[in-house]
Design a protein. Structure first.
Length: 480
């Protein structure tokens, strides 16, 4: 008996452990996101942002490199060589020269009688003037005094860094907009599914009531069959809506950069608040000034202009000061004879002619600058048109949302009346189903309009450059 009780206790504990483990696993695999949480996750995981951050770091290194060209450069060189076979060169025979010089002195001083036969002929023989072991070391310090390319390069690199930062802001802004639209797309489908399910529940309740009335002989079999058909027709609509919601969630996972196997959900509400779009000219001016893509392209134009100046700087001279200290030595027996030297001076170079390479390079960079200038004009026209279009869309939606709120109230009241009339036997099944369909459509129309209003507002804010600065704060440390 005791063994049976112990076995039962073990079984109960095992079941509880399995249940708790399952619940924990399910909870761990499911994550519910608010809009702000979704944006933070997307910014942290987005690959385009990661690449843009790398570009900023790369541009920062380019700035430091450009400054490095203006700083002194120090080079240390050293070499050692050992001749396996010494080089030789033709040179007059020193021994013959010395012998002839000695006899000439002796003859001139009459130390011995002159005898010209003592003189030997002077011939060139191969001789070596090198020692077997040689080393040389030197240290050279160079300081640029004037170089237009160096000075222009510093300015160009700084503009390039600003361009990389602007491109990063533009990428973050587009990511935020993508999350906002996808997030509310999921929320819209959730609301639509709830509305559809509510209509489906109404149909099932109506079917239950109709069966009761049919059993009492109050309604005909035709009405009962009609309701059953409505119920079965609504069932695939609900399933289709559920599939669309799942697809939308998968799309949100992709935007967030999370694993597709993870179960996610969103929490939020469709809050309609009027957006001030009365000052259209002011909004257009703000967009032309603050739009992230325009700022990026304007900086690219400045970079292109800087490259024109860099190419032009090839016409200017370069002046640099240098100083060098050298220490050298040589020997045949590893006992080196050493010596040192020191030199200072100026180096002046100027391009007189390089086959028109400089002028052609200037022409190419100038055309690139002009192309970017045309792109800026084109983007400004597109931005202006886009702002006007979004403002008009918002005005249109604003004008119908209040009407749709009233339509929902009317449809709800109409459905209640039709329901009561049908139960009292004075209304028809067609009247009730028409009222239910009208209520469902009115609710869907309202939520669709609010969804369109919110996404259009977010698109307009992105065009205006009104992305929340907090989303850029995590990248401020890149300036350090």
């Amino acid at each position: 008996m005791k063994h049976k009780t112990f076995a039962n206790s073990i079984s109960i504990l095992l079941i509880i452990t399995i249940v708790l483990t399952f619940n924990f696993t399910s909870t761990a695999q499911s994550k519910t996101y608010t809009l702000d949480e979704a944006i933070d996750i997307a910014i942290a995981n987005n690959k385009d942002i990661t690449i843009s951050v790398m570009n900023v770091k790369k541009a920062g290194a380019a700035v430091d490199e450009a400054f490095g060209y203006a700083l002194p450069s120090v080079n240390l060189n050293g070499s050692f060589s050992h001749f396996l076979k010494k080089p030789k060169m033709p040179f007059p025979d020193f021994e013959a020269l010395l012998t002839n010089a000695t006899y000439s002195i002796l003859f001139d001083e009459q130390v011995i009688p002159r005898d010209n036969n003592k003189f030997v002929p002077i011939e060139n023989i191969l001789q070596s003037f090198s020692q077997s072991n040689n080393f040389s070391t030197d240290i050279t310090v160079t300081q640029t005094l004037f170089s237009s390319a160096v000075f222009k390069g510093i300015g160009a690199s700084q503009i390039y860094y600003d361009l990389a930062k602007a491109d990063l802001h533009s990428t973050v802004s587009k990511t935020v907009l993508s999350v906002q639209k996808t997030f509310y797309g999921v929320l819209f489908l959730k609301e639509s599914l709830e509305i559809t399910k509510a209509s489906f529940e109404n149909l099932k309740l109506n079917l239950k009531d109709t069966k009761a009335l049919y059993n009492e002989g109050i309604v005909s079999e035709f009405d009962l069959l009609t309701v059953e058909v409505f119920v079965e027709n609504m069932r695939p609509v609900v399933l289709d809506m559920e599939n669309k919601l799942k697809t939308a969630k998968d799309g949100l996972k992709l935007v967030l950069g999370v694993d597709q196997g993870e179960e996610i959900d969103v929490i939020g509400s469709f809050t309609y608040q009027t957006y001030d779009i009365s000052n259209e000219e002011g909004l257009i001016e703000e967009a032309l000034k603050s739009n992230y893509d325009l700022q990026t392209l304007e900086l690219k134009k400045q970079v292109d202009e800087a490259f024109v100046e860099l190419d032009v700087s090839e016409y200017w001279p370069n002046v640099a000061a240098f100083g060098q200290y050298a220490f050298n030595g040589s020997s045949d027996d590893w006992k080196f004879n050493t010596y040192s030297s020191a030199t200072i001076g100026l180096n002046f170079t100027i391009n007189l002619w390089q086959g028109n390479r400089t002028s052609n390079a200037v022409q190419q960079s100038t055309i690139t600058y002009q192309q970017t200038e045309e792109q800026v004009k084109q983007l400004k026209d597109y931005t202006l048109l886009n702002v006007k279009s979004k403002i008009q869309d918002l005005k249109t939606v604003q004008s119908i949302i209040d009407v749709q709120n009233k339509n929902v109230e009317v449809a709800e009241r109409s459905y209640q009346i039709a329901k009561v009339r049908y139960k009292e036997g004075v209304g028809s099944q067609l009247e009730l189903q028409t009222a239910d369909l009208a209520l469902k459509q009115a609710r869907l129309n309202r939520i669709q309009s609010i969804y369109s209003y919110l996404t259009t507002r977010y698109e307009l804010e992105q065009i205006l450059g009104r992305t929340n600065p907090e989303y850029f704060s995590s990248f401020d440390k890149l300036d350090d």
